[in-house]
Design a protein around this ligand. Structure first.
Ligand code: SF4
Length: 692
C-alpha cells in the first residue's frame, strides 16, 4: 500500500549536492521529511532535478551520524563523548598551547564547500581573527583554485560569466573537461534542449562522454586529446583564430589589452594545430574546424570542469580559454562566456567568502592595506598582510614539524586529497586534528576531537551556485546537534579569547554585505523577496547580475595572457605505461559520504576501472576482473570494465569509495599557480590481481 497522504508543511530550500544549486520544496508530514519536490520557480532549475537532489537526502537522518562531541588524547584511544562546553574548552586550550610552544602560525583551518556562506565566513574569521594568522584554505584548493587565478588575471574576478538560462541563446557550445550529464545533470538538460534545437557542440575530453553521442545529439567535433594537453589544444584553436583572421577586431580593440604581444606569441608556428598534433593526438584538421566553428558559428559559450583545472597547467588553461573567448568577442552578452561548472554546492561561495589564504572576502588580497583596514576596524583585530599556508603547504609543514594543529570543517581530506599516504603522514604528525562533520569520516581516523555538524536540512543560510546565484537554505528540521553549525566556530573563538557573536545567520550575511562590495546589496530579506540574486548585487545592480562583463570587464580591460604549453612532468614510461584520469558518475557524489548513506541500492556499488579492449587484452584482463592499479606513489585494487570510451593507453576511474581509494595512486604534482592537484594525469600500470 502506498501512502499518498498530503504533506502538512513545506519548506523551500536548496540542494546540497552539485554547483547547479537546484531549489526544492521539502515536504513534511509532521516532523518527517517525506519528499523533495523540485521548485518550479527555482532560478537554477525551473522545476527540474536529478536523482541525487530528489532522492538522496536520507543521509541527514542516517544512524551513522554522530551528534555528540568526542575527544581522545591519542588516535589509538577509544572516543569518549563529552558535552559541548568540555569539547570547545579542550580545543581552545590545545590550540592555545600549540601556539604558545610553536608560534601563532602553527595552527590553521580548512573551510568546506559543503557549508553555507555564513558558516564558511565565520570559520575564516576564526582563523584570521582568533588564531591570528592567514592559514585558512578551502577544499576548492583541490578543484577550482585555477579558476580563481585564471579568471581573475584575465577578466578581473573569479566567477562564471553567465547565468544558466543564457545557454538557450548559444549557437555553439564547447564543453571542455566536464561531464555535465553525470556531474551537473540539471544544467546538462538545459544544454541538451538547446543542442536538440540545433546548436552545435564541441567536446574537448580524452573520454567519449555521453554528450558526444546520445539520442538526438551528436557532437560536431570531439577533440579526444591526450590527458595533460589541454593548453596545447586551446592555444592551437587560438592560433587558427589569429592566423586565419577570424578575430573580433572591434571587441579586441575596444575592450581588451595586451593583445599585440599575445597575438605575436600565439601566431608562432609551434602553437599551430599541425605542430602539436603528435602531442595532443587530435588531428590538426579537426582543431582547425573546431576553431572556425567557435569563432564564426554565432554565439559560442565555453563550459568547463575539473578536466581543465586539475592539471599542472590548470591556471594556464583557464587563461587560455579566456584568451580565446576575448579574441572572438564571445563575452559580455547572453549565449557566450567562460563558465566553470562547480562540483560542490558552494564552491563559488566558499571562495567568495575569503577562504583562500591570500584573499579576504570578495577576492581582495590580504596585502591590500585599505581592504585589510576595513576588516581590522570591524573585527577589532590586526590582520597579517602576508598570505598563509595552502592545504598542501600545511601537510608539508606538518611533516617538517612546524604546523601542529588543524581544524577541518566538512571535508574528508584523508580520502579526497592526492597522494593519500603523504596526507595520512601529515595528519599523523599533527598534535591536534579537529574534525567537524556529520560522520566519522576517513579524516576522523586521524582526529583527536570530533565535533558534530549539521546537514543541509538543519541549516539556515545561503549557498552560491556556479552561476553566482545566492540561494537561501532554510531549516527543514531542528538542528540535531543542539546549535547552529556556525555557532561552533564562534564558541571556539570565544574560548580562545576573541568574542565573535551573532544572533542569527542573517546577521552574519549582513556583516558579509558590509565588508564585501559584490555582496553589498544582499540580505536575507531581499533573498526571501526575490527568491535568489546573482552577485554582484549592490547599488549598481540591486537585483543582481545575470551576465558579467557586459560593457567593461571587472578589471576594466580584459587582459590577454601568454599561455605557453609546458608538458606535465607526469609521463608514461616502461614501468607505468598508461595514463589514469578520473571523474564522477551520476548516482554518486564525491567521496560518497552522503550518497553511500541512502536506502536506495542504486547508490551502492564500487569504483571501477575503465580500460580500452586493447590495453585489457595485452594484460589478460577480462571484464569484471579484479586488477591492481599502481603508480609511483601507491597501489590499489578495483574491478575492470572493458570500454572503448577511453583511447588506447588511457584508463579512467571514479573516486567515490574509500575502499578502492583512487587517490592512493594520484601524485603530488599540482598546478604551478595554485597547487591544485593534478588528479587528471597519473602514470599507472594495471595488472591482474594475484597474477604470477
Ligand atoms: Fe542537486 Fe545538482 Fe542534481 Fe540539482 S543537478 S538536484 S543541484 S545534484
Amino acid at each position: 500500500v502506498v501512502d499518498l497522504g498530503m504533506p502538512t508543511r513545506t519548506v523551500l530550500t536548496t540542494c546540497a549536492y552539485c554547483g547547479v544549486g537546484c531549489s526544492f520544496k521539502a515536504e513534511l508530514r509532521g516532523d518527517e521529511l517525506v519528499r523533495m519536490v523540485p521548485h518550479k520557480d527555482g532560478g537554477a532549475n525551473e522545476g527540474h532535478s536529478c536523482v541525487k537532489g530528489r532522492f538522496a537526502f536520507g543521509y541527514a537522518t542516517h544512524p551513522d551520524r554522530k551528534l555528540k562531541p568526542m575527544i581522545r588524547e591519542r588516535i589509538t584511544d577509544e572516543w569518549r563523548e563529552v558535552d559541548w562546553e568540555t569539547a570547545i574548552g579542550y580545543v581552545a586550550e590545545r590550540f592555545r598551547d600549540i601556539q604558545a610552544r610553536h608560534g601563532a602560525g602553527a595552527i590553521g583551518g580548512i573551510t568546506s564547500s559543503r557549508c553555507t556562506n555564513e558558516e564558511v565566513y565565520v570559520v575564516q574569521k576564526l582563523v584570521r581573527a582568533a588564531f591570528g594568522n592567514n592559514n585558512v584554505d578551502t577544499c576548492a584548493r583541490v578543484c577550482h583554485s585555477p579558476t580563481g587565478y585564471g579568471l581573475k588575471q584575465t577578466f578581473g574576478t573569479s566567477a562564471g560569466t553567465q547565468d544558466f538560462r543564457s545557454v538557450a541563446k548559444s549557437d555553439v557550445i564547447m564543453v571542455i573537461g566536464a561531464n555535465p550529464t553525470d556531474a551537473h545533470p540539471v544544467f546538462a538538460s538545459r544544454m541538451k534542449r538547446r543542442l536538440r534545437e540545433g546548436a552545435k557542440l564541441i567536446v574537448v575530453d580524452p573520454r567519449r562522454i555521453d554528450l558526444v553521442r546520445s539520442p538526438y545529439i551528436e557532437a560536431t567535433h570531439h577533440l579526444q586529446l591526450a590527458p595533460g594537453t589541454n593548453v596545447a589544444v586551446v592555444n592551437a584553436m587560438a592560433h587558427v583564430v589569429v592566423t586565419e583572421g577570424l578575430l573580433d577586431r572591434e571587441f579586441v580593440d575596444s575592450r581588451c589589452e595586451d593583445f599585440d604581444s599575445w597575438a605575436e606569441f600565439i601566431a608562432r608556428p609551434e602553437n599551430s594545430p599541425e605542430a602539436v598534433e603528435e602531442i595532443t593526438g587530435v588531428p590538426a584538421a579537426e582543431v582547425r574546424a573546431a576553431a572556425r566553428l567557435y569563432a564564426g558559428g554565432g554565439n559560442a559559450a565555453i563550459y568547463y570542469g575539473l578536466g581543465v583545472t586539475e592539471h599542472s597547467q590548470g591556471s594556464t588553461m583557464v587563461m587560455g580559454m579566456a584568451n580565446l573567448a576575448m579574441a572572438c568577442g564571445q563575452i559580455g552578452r547572453e549565449g557566450v562566456g567562460v563558465n566553470p561548472l562547480r562540483g560542490q554546492n558552494n564552491v563559488q561561495g566558499s571562495c567568495d567568502m575569503g577562504s583562500f589564504p591570500h584573499e579576504l572576502s570578495g577576492y581582495r588580497h590580504v596585502s591590500d592595506d585599505a581592504v585589510r583596514e576595513v576588516f581590522e576596524k570591524l573585527w577589532d583585530r590586526q590582520l597579517l598582510p602576508e598570505p598563509g599556508l595552502r592545504i598542501p603547504n600545511m601537510f608539508d609543514a606538518a611533516i617538517d614539524g612546524t604546523f601542529r594543529g588543524l581544524f577541518v570543517q566538512g571535508e574528508d581530506i584523508a580520502q579526497s586529497d592526492p597522494n593519500i599516504n603523504h596526507v595520512h603522514a601529515a595528519l599523523s604528525a599533527m598534535e591536534l586534528v579537529v574534525v567537524q562533520d556529520l560522520f566519522l569520516n576517513e579524516t576522523a581516523k586521524f582526529a583527536h576531537v570530533f565535533l558534530p555538524g549539521t546537514s543541509f536540512l538543519e541549516k539556515d543560510g545561503t549557498f552560491t551556485n556556479a552561476e553566482r546565484r545566492i540561494n537561501r537554505v532554510r531549516p527543514v528540521m531542528p538542528s540535531k546537534i543542539g546549535m547552529d553549525e556556525w555557532q561552533v566556530a564562534c564558541e571556539i573563538a570565544k574560548a580562545m579569547g576573541y568574542d565573535m557573536h551573532y544572533n542569527s545567520a542573517s546577521e552574519i550575511m549582513d556583516e558579509i554585505a558590509s565588508v564585501t562590495p559584490t555582496f553589498a546589496g544582499v540580505s536575507f530579506a531581499k533573498l526571501d523577496k526575490l527568491g535568489s540574486v546573482q552577485w554582484p548585487c549592490n547599488d549598481a545592480a540591486p537585483e543582481g547580475t545575470p551576465v558579467m562583463h557586459v560593457d567593461e570587464f571587472v578589471r576594466g580591460k580584459g587582459r590577454f595572457m601568454q599561455t605557453p604549453f609546458v608538458p606535465t612532468r607526469e609521463r608514461s614510461n616502461r614501468k607505468y605505461p598508461l595514463i589514469l584520469t578520473t571523474g564522477r558518475i551520476l548516482t554518486q557524489y564525491n567521496v560518497g559520504a552522503q550518497t553511500r548513506r541512502t536506502a536506495n541500492v542504486a547508490w551502492h556499488g564500487e569504483d571501477v576501472l575503465e580500460i580500452h579492449p586493447h590495453d585489457a587484452e595485452v594484460r589478460g584482463v577480462n571484464d569484471g576482473d579484479v586488477v591492481t592499479l599502481s603508480s609511483r606513489v601507491g597501489t590499489t585494487t578495483l574491478r575492470a570494465r572493458i570500454s572503448d570510451r577511453m583511447p588506447v593507453g588511457v584508463v579512467y576511474t571514479t573516486f567515490h569509495h574509500p575502499v578502492t581509494g583512487a587517490n592512493v595512486v594520484t601524485t603530488e604534482n599540482s598546478d604551478w599557480a595554485t597547487n591544485c592537484p593534478e588528479y587528471k594525469v597519473t602514470a599507472v600500470q594495471v595488472g591482474l590481481k594475484n597474477a604470477a
